[in-house]
Design a protein around this ligand. Structure first.
Ligand SMILES: Cc1cc2nc3c(=O)[nH]c(=O)nc-3n(C[C@H](O)[C@H](O)[C@H](O)COP(=O)(O)OP(=O)(O)OC[C@H]3O[C@@H](n4cnc5c(N)ncnc54)[C@H](O)[C@@H]3O)c2cc1C
Length: 416
């Protein structure tokens, strides 16, 4: 019996065609409570919708602050544009020789670089070009580390699910969600919309802003040479007209991107070595918040009185002819106010990430990953405090939000 098994193993390792086959490791899937039930109900303090750049950090922060958190992500992994989109070079955490964004996002970025034996930029030096201080991360490792950090913070992750209906209740919200083969009713006190397109805000019929013509999306791939995650940039194809509004428009962008890459492979006769699963979208809906950040606020580094984090990046609008980043003037560090994360007139609802309330040009600089993470952490802290205090984020004493953020490593405007 034993020798038969050895023979089988040897055969499967050698393979019929004589090719080596890697050996198989084993892991056991966790038991899912009510795994076979077609419908379940969840009672949580904070529901984060969208487990991308901002949402992952929002969920971890709210969980670490003691809130019961559910993180809903329609895809199959965390990280959003950073991982699924392949834009695995977050920036900018520093400005003018100092680190100005830290906290949970930085912790995750730093750990993923260290585990991958990568290197971090020297923030004490001002780079000649802004992109020289973007951090190369291994997108695969980042996504798994993010799951580990969610687990440790007590955050429950629900992949393949998205909200279909949102109703106001006396205690907050009832959110009806759908996944394949399952439905979930979530009763929660606070919602943080981190979908990148303010989709929950849209479901509620609250105002959203969007341009007639949006910046192109990009499909990321690698042709002709190997892609080494966390080490090199990958090839990019502009997908003009890419629109992340819904599953039909995203399908159209993905089909266009992949078809063009196939044409490139045929034309250049090179091997396709790496292909992201989705187009990366630069621009879609932004909210109209209690405050709208203008490009003048951004360029002048306005210090909002309710600022909850810093931001730093050139004004960076991509057009059909490419991009010409407009660097900020020396010493300028823009800030993001709490009111830009709150849809106008709403309660118990926040937004973080690229749909932050801002005009188009301000948004072209604010949307980047370090600022999205900082916004996520601020929203997570405010939502957790509001859920605990039975209030809405805008009615919290600002100092409470700042204190909680500093406890969790964040750098606030004026701290450095
Ligand atoms: C091609 C490209 C290049 C860029 N270059 C840089 C760069 O060099 N440096 C930099 O820092 N930034 C860069 N950016 C900008 C930056 O990556 C994004 O603006 C930022 O990651 C957006 O973060 P987010 O959390 O708002 O959205 P995302 O990271 O996109 O996350 C949104 C998440 O929500 C999920 N979701 C959406 N709708 C639903 C729903 N209804 N229900 C459940 N889940 C949902 C999505 O699946 C996704 O995981 C670039 C962006 C692009 C596209």
């Amino acid at each position: 019996m034993k020798s038969n098994r050895r023979a089988f193993l040897q055969q499967s390792l050698t393979g019929a065609a004589g090719l080596g086959i890697a050996s198989t490791l084993h892991a056991k899937a966790a038991e899912v409570p009510d795994g076979a039930a077609p419908e379940i109900t969840a009672e949580v303090d904070v529901l984060v919708v969208g487990g991308g750049t901002a949402g992952t950090i929002a969920a971890i922060q709210a969980g670490r602050a003691g809130a019961k958190v559910l993180l809903l992500e329609r895809g199959s992994q965390l990280g959003g544009t950073m991982t699924t989109g392949g834009v695995a070079f977050p920036g900018l955490f520093d400005a003018w020789g100092k680190q100005i964004i830290a906290g949970i996002g930085w912790e995750l970025v730093k750990e993923s670089v260290e585990l991958d034996s990568g290197s971090l930029p020297d923030f004490s030096k001002v780079p000649q070009r802004h992109w020289q201080h973007q951090v190369y991360i291994n997108q695969f490792l980042y996504a798994i580390l993010a799951e580990e950090k969610c687990g440790k913070a007590g955050v429950e992750i629900a992949y393949y699910e998205f909200p279909q209906a949102v109703t106001k209740t006396s205690g907050g919200w009832q959110v009806d969600c759908t996944g394949f083969g399952t439905r979930r009713r979530v009763n929660c006190k606070q919602i943080i919309d981190c979908t990148g397109g303010a989709e929950v805000v849209g479901l509620l019929g609250l105002p959203r802003l969007r341009e007639e013509e949006r910046q192109p999306g990009s499909y990321l791939y690698m042709m002709g040479e190997a892609h080494e995650p966390g080490r090199n940039q990958i090839h990019r194809l502009y997908v003009h007209g890419a629109d992340s509004t819904n599953s039909r428009t995203v399908t159209a962008a993905n089909l266009t991107g992949r078809k063009s890459i196939l044409e490139q492979v045929r034309a250049k006769k090179k091997r396709l070595m790496h292909l992201q699963p989705e187009t990366g979208f630069r621009e879609s809906f932004r909210i109209e918040g209690e405050t709208v950040i203008t490009v003048n606020d951004y360029r002048s580094g306005r210090k909002f009185e309710d600022a909850v984090c810093n931001a730093f990046y050139p004004v960076d609008l991509h057009t059909k002819n490419g991009v010409k980043p407009e660097p900020l003037k020396r010493g300028i560090v823009p800030t993001i106010p709490l009111r830009a994360l709150i849809p106008k007139g709403s309660r118990n609802l926040m937004v973080a990430g690229r749909s932050v309330s801002s005009d188009r040009l301000a948004n072209s600089g604010l949307r980047v990953q370090a600022s999205s993470m900082a916004m996520g952490q601020a929203a997570g802290a405010a939502a957790a405090l509001a859920a605990k205090g039975g209030t809405t984020p805008l009615e919290l004493p600002l100092k409470e939000i700042h204190d909680l953020l500093r406890t969790h490593g964040a750098i606030l405007p004026g701290d450095v």
